[in-house]
Design a protein around this ligand. Structure first.
Ligand code: DCT
Ligand code: MG
Length: 534
């Protein structure tokens, strides 16, 4: 029974009586798009539909002129009952305690998704559930038979509620578990074939990121979870972002999102929510959560992690000025607060190149033949850089030893290095300085700089490590583990014996003078730095 619904088109035509035909058509189509669901008065059966998705349906249907009944009372006045794609007619009737003939349309939720996606009331015949009057399919329309036999991806979502009671939908508490599972489900962890590994793939997508409207929102989620030290969730979102960036088409259904590697039910809900509404309620909740916003701001202070941020919050501090005036700060945090705005600003890659030239020239003046190369995001070709990572070595295998202190002293003397953060951090034969620099001239910002000096025989591995990305490096290390090897910024080793997380035998170094050698030993194709920006 399709009840007669609000229809504005007649009134619209009357009002437009004096308009030109073209104007009338334009006005009319604008109006019909704005209220293309005005004939709908629906009840959405919640069984099997995630809460977030349900909320998006309601908001969107109402936005486009339809009505959504929160409770099911009777079929009177309803135009449709919407059910999750795997719910069949008998189950729907059982849940709603209906035994008589319905007299209204029962339609799969993917039809509603399609209408919202195309911004028009689509024909629902292919998505409609019919009351079976016989065991034979003869009574079903052809479209229904076809869809029963040949379920498209759109309709192939697994029955998430099969083990749940009819009204039960998954609980928010299992989000972390689901997303953890999603992380471990990434194909490269299961598969021994190297081509499936992130580190074996190019990060360059043949197409630009057409799901940027989605990945931008997910990036915000990552930042929030990082600031609360929720590493698993942050990692789960990061993996989803990487997958979406490479996806060649715009996400057009929940099922499409769910079918992508590393994307579980919860993440698919969020992706689909953004795809349909342009918004993410969870993010909005975060944005209006004072504590989360303060924690995010505090973890952006250089030298403060999630734990310190939490302590500061508990001490009653809410602003950067509070920290400056009242908090007990170490040296690094004082620098981090003084230069808070500068550090948050990513520099254009041209500025990073200028910084590299300054360091290179001074290094060359101290030790001719020295190699100084920017790694990190700059080497991977990014347009902006969070800091400058300069890697220094010398081909003679020994001259690098004298350079570190002399180089830093000269750079300080000239006023280029303005603040030290970590003066000299030694790991094995490598030395690392973390500090702050500023190019000469007006309107220059303070920039973060790392200088790492390494012996020439470690140069290949150091170059791979400091070029990154961090995700690419993680993938390389996992691949090494699978082959009983290990890799860090110093060396690639073979014959490593592990018992659980513990290394029982450290293994032996395989010489890898160049980056190409590292790839060759691991039996993956060489990827130039700009293809490692995963
Ligand atoms: N690195 C890593 N694991 C991390 C952090 C860093 O393997 N957790 C490696 C890869 C990149 C390199 O060190 C330099 O690190 P960053 O400067 O922090 O990263 P970046 O890729 O250069 O990005 P940004 O532009 O933000 O500096
Ligand atoms: Mg960097």
């Amino acid at each position: 029974m399709m009840s007669s619904k609000r229809s504005s088109s007649a009134a619209q035509l009357k009002e437009d009586g004096h308009s030109s035909k073209r104007q009338r058509l334009e006005n009319n189509s604008a109006c019909s798009e704005a209220s293309f669901l005005s004939t709908l008065d629906i009840y959405i059966l919640p069984a099997g539909i995630q809460k977030a998705r349900l909320a998006v349906f309601k908001t969107q249907v109402e936005k486009y002129g339809g009505k959504v009944q929160d409770r099911f009372c009777s079929t009177a006045n309803l135009s449709h009952i919407i059910v999750e794609d795997n719910v069949d007619m008998p189950r729907m009737k059982r849940i709603l305690k209906l035994d008589s003939s319905l007299g209204l349309k029962v339609v799969k939720s993917s039809w509603l998704s399609l209408c919202l996606q195309n911004k028009k009331l689509e024909n629902c015949e292919d998505y409609q559930l019919y009351e079976e009057t016989s065991d034979s399919n003869d009574f079903l329309p052809k479209a229904e038979i076809a869809s029963n036999h040949n379920k498209s991806v759109e309709l192939s979502r697994p029955t998430v509620t099969s083990n749940l009671s009819d009204y039960e939908s998954s609980d928010d508490n299992d989000e972390q578990k689901n997303e953890k599972t999603a992380i471990f489900n990434v194909s490269h962890i299961k598969s021994p074939q190297t081509e499936k590994w992130i580190c074996a793939q190019s990060s360059k997508s043949p197409k630009p990121n057409i799901n940027k409207h989605i990945t931008d929102k997910l990036e915000e989620m990552v930042k929030t979870y990082e600031s609360t030290n929720d590493r698993w969730r942050a990692l789960g979102y990061q993996k989803a972002i990487q997958t979406l960036r490479k996806h060649p088409k715009e996400i057009s259904s929940w099922e499409e999102a769910k079918s992508l590697p590393g994307i579980g039910t919860r993440l698919a809900d969020k992706i689909w929510e953004i795809a349909q509404s342009g918004e993410l309620r969870k993010l909005k909740e975060f944005e209006s959560d004072e504590e989360l916003q303060v924690l995010k701001m505090f973890t952006n202070v250089w030298g403060a992690g999630p734990h310190t941020a939490q302590v500061w919050y508990q001490q009653g501090f809410r602003t950067i000025a509070d920290l400056q005036q009242k908090a007990h700060l170490n040296h690094q945090q004082k620098v981090g607060i003084r230069l808070y705005d500068d550090f948050l600003d990513r520099m254009p890659r041209e500025e990073a190149a200028e910084i590299e030239r300054v360091v290179k020239n001074v290094a060359e003046s101290i030790q001719p033949g020295i190699i100084a190369e920017i790694c990190g995001s700059y080497r991977r070709g990014q347009a902006t850089c969070g800091d400058v990572d300069v890697l220094i070595t010398h081909p003679d295998g020994k001259s690098h030893k004298n350079i570190f202190h002399k180089l830093l002293a000269k750079l300080k003397e000239s006023g280029f290095l303005t603040d030290d953060l970590v003066s000299a951090e030694e790991t094995g034969n490598q030395k690392k300085y973390m500090g702050v620099c500023r190019l000469p001239g007006p309107n220059r910002k303070h920039r973060r700089i790392d200088v790492i000096v390494v012996p020439y025989n470690e140069y290949g591995c150091a170059l791979v490590y400091f070029t990154g990305s961090a995700h690419f490096n993680r993938s390389l290390r996992h691949l090494c583990k699978k082959q009983n090897m290990s890799l860090n910024e110093h060396a690639l080793k073979q014959g490593v014996v592990r018992k659980g997380k513990e290394k029982i035998h450290e293994g032996t170094i395989i010489p890898t003078p160049t980056e190409e050698d590292v790839f060759k030993v691991l039996k993956i194709p060489y990827r130039p730095p700009e293809e490692r920006d995963h």
